[in-house]
Design a protein. Structure first.
Length: 445
């Protein structure tokens, strides 16, 4: 018997997949089929109400790739019976904008609305964005712009003020797994085939996709197209095959479970113990298993203050810069940004004086809530307050030669408490000397 190819099998069964990628074939056509964004489209939510009342205005969709910005714009056009014009900010200029606006105004004469969808609208320059303004103001078009960048910084204020911004979120793994399962059953997708694939492999693809539906469907399609074809025409996808398609090991990692916290703990404690080799290993374990790099970057920012503190004030700047780099670059490019920050923090001098200072002060704050603010540092905006001695004796520190006033700023019951106890590690030794001189002067006669 002649061995059939997967394409031959699907063509015989009437679902030739070569015509369009799976992600395009599975694009939802109605609001009911749309996956995710329940905070916008759930019952009673704002965008849902706007659609139900047919009161759609120009808007900006801000969110990461693959969350359904284009699809949602198409659904809105269908529901409002509008012509849908897909406009690319990468390939179009002002001339193309004006041509489309002219067509839209002609259609408007006949009562036909036009929805202009501008993908990557942040790539337009000011002049190109301004070209939309008069048509948005007149209502000639409904403009829907899509951007992965913060619209406050990337879109002209004049245009932004005429659009409502909706933030689209990454799809969660449950939504993605459901989408993949549906693609295996639906005739538009892979439903015409008999695919043998464990449900847990769909969960692995969902985790790999990191909130991106297009990425998830592309990975599923690649796995099925490269699956093992049996004589009966069925296709089997194994974990080993899936690893090859994803280009990585399907590592044991649950981003919301125990292993998630085990690995971030391992990273933190390896850094605290000044072990850069272990720290970089645990970093790689998390990133290659699909952990959100921004989550790791946030933990590094905490580490910079909790474990390094004023022993190296530069540590916090390095950690914050790593977070910004992760936001700009994303994976895999930001892996080196995180590695640089991890190694810097791991080898920085150690001090947990800031952590101990706050925890001690917090304990006092929680148990001694009624301690009054000393009169000397109270504000006195009214005559009555002055009569009650608010602010009496206050000395503006900048007016003194030492830039320090001999005042007690703690409540009377806590005036002898010491919260910040600096070490002599790194630059914190300098802060320790300054603090000792300051205390001696403030407590002097």
């Amino acid at each position: 018997m002649e061995q059939l190819s997967l394409f031959d099998i699907q063509t015989e069964q009437g679902a030739a997949p070569g015509l369009a990628p799976l992600a395009d074939r599975m694009r939802p056509q109605t609001l009911e089929d749309y996956v995710g964004q329940r905070h916008l489209l759930g019952e009673g939510m704002l965008l849902r109400r706007m659609l139900e009342k047919d009161m759609v205005s120009s808007m900006i969709f801000w969110g990461p790739p693959g969350v359904g910005k284009t699809t949602l714009a198409r659904i809105i056009a269908n529901r409002t019976q509008s012509n849908f014009v897909n406009f690319s900010a990468v390939t179009s200029g002002i001339k193309e904008i004006r041509d489309i606006m002219k067509q839209a105004e002609e259609s408007r004469v006949y009562g036909v609305r036009t929805l202009v969808f501008v993908d990557e609208i942040h790539r337009f320059n000011k002049a190109q964005q301004d070209a939309f303004l008069p048509y948005v103001e007149k209502g000639s078009i409904t403009l829907v712009g899509a951007t992965t960048e913060n619209p406050s910084f990337e879109i002209n204020a004049a245009l932004l003020s005429r659009c409502r911004v909706f933030v689209l979120k990454e799809l969660d793994e449950k939504d993605l797994a459901g989408l993949l399962s549906h693609a295996l059953r639906d005739k538009r997708g892979l439903g015409s085939m008999e695919v043998h694939m464990e449900e847990r492999l769909l969960d692995i693809i969902a985790a790999f996709a990191d909130g991106d539906a297009r990425r998830a469907l592309n990975a599923l399609e690649m796995a099925v197209l490269n699956g093992q074809i049996s004589p009966d025409g069925s296709v089997t996808v194994t974990e080993e095959l899936l690893e090859q398609c994803l280009g990585k090991k399907t590592l044991l990692y649950d981003k919301k479970g125990e292993e998630h916290y085990n690995l971030i703990s391992a990273l933190h404690k390896s850094m605290r113990n000044s072990d850069p080799d272990a720290a970089v290993y645990w970093l790689a374990r998390m990133l290659e298993a699909g952990e959100d790099p921004l989550f790791i970057a946030r933990r590094l920012i905490r580490f910079a203050s909790e474990d390094v503190g004023l022993a190296d004030s530069q540590a916090l700047q390095v950690a914050v810069a790593a977070y910004q780099a992760c936001h700009f670059n994303g994976m895999p490019e930001c892996n080196l940004n995180l590695t640089q920050a991890v190694i810097y923090l791991t080898l920085a001098p150690r001090s947990n004086a800031l952590y101990r200072a706050y925890e001690t002060a917090k304990a006092d704050a929680l148990t001694r809530l009624t301690e009054p603010v000393p009169l000397v540092i109270r504000n006195a905006p009214t005559g009555l307050m002055e009569e009650l001695h608010y602010g009496e004796g206050y000395v503006y520190a900048h007016d003194t030669e030492e830039k320090i006033a001999r005042m007690t700023c703690l409540p009377e019951g806590l005036k002898d408490r010491r919260y910040y106890l600096p070490t002599e590690e790194g630059a914190e030794g300098i802060f320790k000397e300054r603090l000792e001189r300051s205390r001696e002067f403030r407590e002097g006669a």
